[in-house]
Design a protein around this ligand. Structure first.
Ligand code: FES
Length: 111
């Protein structure tokens, strides 16, 4: 069963907004949005482009590439399409650390 791992100090968590980092070889966005912690893969469900350069307005993140929008609290696209949702990870604060259940490392080819 996967366990939480520390990813950075809580003092480095923005009061509002997202922070990009790499965990287990995966690009992740972690932050505080509308006073809630969020963590999700920095990969747009539309065409796999990075979301970190998108525009965050309220709880909605608009992808910079083709304008698709996602609610970072629910992970749903706006309007919702079940096939296009953010890949979210459990995140919490414990003591002075921000912790997440880390993503699986990328698959490597055995050829
Ligand atoms: S890659 Fe994000 S909207 Fe197309």
């Amino acid at each position: 069963m996967p366990e939480y791992i520390p990813v950075f100090d809580v003092q480095d968590l923005p009061e509002e907004g997202l922070k990009a980092l790499e965990v287990n070889g995966r690009a992740i966005l972690i932050g505080r949005v509308n006073h809630q912690l969020v963590a999700f893969l920095d990969r747009c469900p539309h065409a796999a482009k990075p979301l970190k350069i998108g525009k965050l307005r309220g709880t909605e993140l608009k992808c910079a590439w083709h304008g698709w929008t996602f609610d970072v609290l629910t992970g749903k696209s706006v309007p919702d399409h079940p096939a296009f949702r953010l890949t979210q990870y459990p995140v919490k604060i414990e003591g002075s650390k921000v912790l997440i259940i880390p993503p699986e490392p990328p698959q490597t080819s055995s050829l």
